[in-house]
Design a protein around this ligand. Structure first.
Ligand code: ADP
Length: 805
């Protein structure tokens, strides 16, 4: 057993107390047990706690008391446990040591009576009785709080600094001008890649700077030394470490000046930003490639961009992209560095590229592996042999369809896993760009075909509001693209089609089916037009209708042609029927007088024929002959009118005499038809004109035609002829009868050739249907107009006007 004060007696206590009583800085104390304690062999926590709590301070000087912020009387009677009340473990530990060694010198953290901590550096000795039992302890101690705390602070600061350096990867330095020496934190050495004990000075530093940045750095330091830089500044430079590793550094420096303004030193922080700049570069490269994928529409340009961007990060002298054609086992080369002309297909068998495709994985091969694979016949190398080869598959889904390869011809190990990861990323970008560009090309073709389509195309949303119309639509409807947007195609409705058509249309297309049909629509300017439409829904991959597309062909011309064709057909059929009716009539009209002529001419042959009969027969033959001649003349006139062969033969003649002649002719006709009961009223002229100038024969022919018709279609009542001069130089002739009249439906056509109200072969009135056609032709030839008004069973009024001079 070592240490301790043996054979301790109470007299010793007084001696010790006297020694330390007046000492101001050295604390002194004695604490004693109530009864002596055998020193245990192996003291447990229980014995130690006994000691700590059963010993009492019996002697203490003021220095001791003040170390605990108290007066002597306050500390007398306290147990050691009080001083370790906040850290009993440290108390126990100290006590254990003391118990074992009987003497201890150490710094402990204890607590003042006011609760503040205090660091005590103490020397303690056990007080032993003659039986070597412990009676208590004696100690001298100093308050070393200030020293301990300062030291801790420094330690903490050092620790903190290294932690900060580690976290921020920032090292610091202080460089004194002129001395070529400075203070450098540990990090500076590792950032610069030099040994901790290397002598770091300006020359060494400049030696490390990458040649590309040397000029910049030297210029800056020159300026600094000349005191021209007053504020903090940032310097970014590349360095080349001794192991060849290139790093990018960021440094912020603050120049310090003395009282006279002389530049003394710089404080600086330095950071290795290689990874960050690579990451930034990577982000930039990825961004540029993604941007090119969206913006470029030319594949070659796109591949060139990829190559350029990859070159910023990857040490390769060649890049190529090829698609694999399984059918012919060929590589369809899309791009090769430096190859500006057309690309070609190469046999794929045995190439490393094919290996990438068949294995569906990236391959990063160094020179040795390449040589080995070549030697073992695993691969066939085409073109210049590379020292490092890196290829990644281009995949659609998980199916490889091509490769993206970079190679370095000079350096083995030029490419690494990081490059592989980058290339794999780019391959995904590339595939989606290829897909997008292919889609884009197809969309462009589709867009152009819709834009240039000769039929209208309208796309609406699912509500039917227009989202797109093509130029043909604009041309056909007159509504511009902008005017049409957001409108409903019902703006084109003509209103000529039943609502049921539109209902059927919507029912069909909302069911997801195509509707086909014809519409009559209205253009912006109100013109009607016909279109043949096919309207179908557009669905998304979830089979939901998102849009409708209508493809519509303007069929107005076709419709008109159809209509014209039907009309022409009807007309042809009608004129065929008319011709038949005409021929039947004609044969009747010709035969009747011909029979008369032939029959009575036969009778003339008889010998005993009275003079009376003879004259009568001759008269009949004569009249029938005239009738026949009339028919023939009519036919000739019609055909002459038709070929516009009739000429006007103008002459001036006496109107009264002219009308008298006509009246005589009509009276003869009335007699011939045995219709003497019908009155013939020729109104006296209300005009002073006596002489008129026109075609005498033609005017006569028209008036006789109209008057004969009037007689023919009238059974009772009267027939009137009226002539007026309503406007100077124009004469109006009007023939009115009280006959059978003409149905409204026939009024428009009786002036056409061969037209008769009754053209059946059972008709009761004779005639060829040429009279009115001739009349109209002649009136128009004379420069006038003819029309009719009629009431069925009441009579008709035929009116014409002609110029009279
Ligand atoms: P046609 O008298 O030889 O039949 P027209 O050309 O003179 O030929 O007349 C055509 C048709 O017009 C007649 O067949 C008849 O049906 C109708 N028509 C002409 N004049 C009259 C009239 N005054 N009253 C009733 N019907 C008439």
């Amino acid at each position: 057993m070592a240490g301790g004060i043996t054979n301790y007696s109470d007299g010793d206590v007084d001696l010790l107390s006297g020694l330390f009583a007046a000492n101001h800085s050295t604390g002194f104390f004695i604490c004693q047990l109530d009864f002596p304690l055998e020193i245990p062999q192996n003291p447990g926590d229980f014995e130690i706690d006994q000691l700590l709590t059963n010993m009492h301070v019996t002697h203490a000087n003021p220095a001791f008391a003040s170390q605990y912020g108290a007066k002597v009387q306050d500390v007398i009677g306290l147990t050691p446990a009080v001083f370790f009340r906040k850290n009993p473990e440290e108390g126990r530990d100290t006590m254990r040591e003391l118990l074992i060694n009987n003497q201890l010198s150490r710094i402990t953290r204890e607590y003042r009576l006011d609760g503040e901590d205090v660091f005590i550096k103490g020397e303690y000795y056990a007080l032993l009785d003659p039986q070597n039992r412990i009676k208590g302890y004696f100690g001298i101690q100093h308050d070393v709080s200030t020293e301990v705390k300062d030291e801790r602070l420094i330690k903490e600061q050092i620790h903190l600094k290294s932690i900060t350096e580690e976290i921020t990867q920032t090292a610091s330095f202080e460089w004194v001008v002129g001395s070529q020496l400075g203070e450098f934190s540990k990090g500076v050495y590792s950032i610069l890649g030099i040994e901790q004990d290397a002598k770091l000075n300006k020359d060494l530093f400049f030696n490390l700077i990458a040649s590309s940045d040397l000029k910049k750095a030297k210029a800056l330091f020159k300026k600094l030394a000349a005191g021209k830089l007053k504020d903090s500044f940032v310097l970014e430079i590349g360095i080349k470490r001794r192991d060849g590793n290139r790093r990018n550094l960021w440094s912020k420096m603050t120049p310090v000046f003395d009282e006279d303004g002389n530049f003394v030193k710089i404080f600086g922080a330095i950071q290795d930003i290689t990874e960050r700049s690579r990451k930034e570069l990577l982000t930039d490269v990825i961004y540029k490639i993604s941007e090119a994928a969206i913006e470029l529409s030319d594949f070659k340009e796109f591949y060139k961009t990829i190559q350029l961007e990859i070159g910023r990060l990857v040490d390769a002298n060649n890049m190529f992209v090829a698609f694999y054609k399984a059918a012919t086992d060929e590589l369809d080369v899309q791009y090769v560095t430096g190859e500006s002309k057309r690309f070609k297909c190469l046999p794929a068998a045995g190439t490393i590229s094919k290996l990438v495709i068949t294995e569906n994985c990236s391959l990063l091969l160094d020179n040795d592996t390449l040589l080995d694979l070549d030697k073992r016949g695993k691969i066939k190398r085409i073109g210049k042999s590379s020292k490092t080869w890196l290829g990644v598959p281009l995949r659609e889904g998980n199916e490889p369809f091509g490769v993206l390869v970079v190679q370095n011809y000079e350096r083995t190990n030029a490419l690494n896993e990081e490059d592989q990861a980058l290339l794999e990323f780019i391959s995904i970008q590339l595939v989606s760009a290829i897909r997008r560009m292919n889609d884009g090309e197809q969309i462009e073709i589709l867009r152009n075909s819709i834009q240039q389509s000769p039929v209208s195309v309208v796309i609406t949303d699912k509500k039917g509001d227009i989202e797109y119309v093509n130029p043909k639509f604009e041309e056909v409807t007159g509504y511009s693209f902008v005017e049409s947007l957001g409108q409903n195609p019902r703006m084109l409705k003509s209103g000529n089609q039943p609502e049921s058509v539109y209902k059927e249309l919507w029912d069909t297309i909302t069911k997801g089916e195509e509707w086909r049909g014809e519409f009559q629509n209205k253009k912006k300017d109100g013109t009607l037009y016909w279109e043949l439409a096919s309207i179908s829904p557009i669905k998304n991959p979830k089979d939901e209708i998102t849009h409708f597309v209508a493809v519509k062909e303007d069929i107005t011309t076709r419709k008109r042609m159809e209509k014209d064709l039907i009309l022409a057909k009807d007309k042809a059929e009608e004129s065929d029927r008319l011709k038949t009716a005409f021929l039947a009539n004609m044969s009747h009209e010709v035969r009747t007088p011909m029979n008369g002529i032939l029959g009575f001419a036969e009778l003339l042959k008889e010998n005993e024929l009275s003079k009376e009969d003879f004259d009568r027969y001759i008269e009949i033959i004569n009249s029938n002959g005239h009738q026949l001649l009339g028919i023939i003349e009519d036919i000739i006139t019609v055909s002459n009118l038709e070929v516009k062969q009739l000429k006007l033969n103008l002459s001036e003649f006496d109107l009264i005499g002219f009308l008298d002649n006509i009246r005589m002719t009509i009276e003869m006709e009335r007699k011939f038809l045995s219709k003497e009961h019908i009155d013939l009223v020729f109104h006296p002229l209300n005009s002073p004109i006596k002489w008129i100038k026109t075609d005498h024969g033609k005017l006569q022919q028209v008036l006789i035609n109209l008057l004969k018709n009037a007689l023919k279609f009238t059974e009772r009542g009267q027939i009137q002829l009226k002539m007026t001069e309503d406007s100077p130089g124009f004469g109006t002739f009007q023939v009115t009868d009280s006959g059978i009249g003409i149905p409204d439906s026939m009024l428009g056509i009786i002036f056409d050739r061969f037209r008769q109200v009754d053209d059946s072969n059972t008709r009761s009135f004779g005639g060829t249907g040429l009279g009115l056609a001739i009349s109209r032709g002649l009136v128009e030839l004379m420069g006038g107009e003819i029309w009719v008004k009629s009431t069925l069973n009441q009579g008709s009024v035929f009116t014409f006007t002609i110029p009279l001079n």
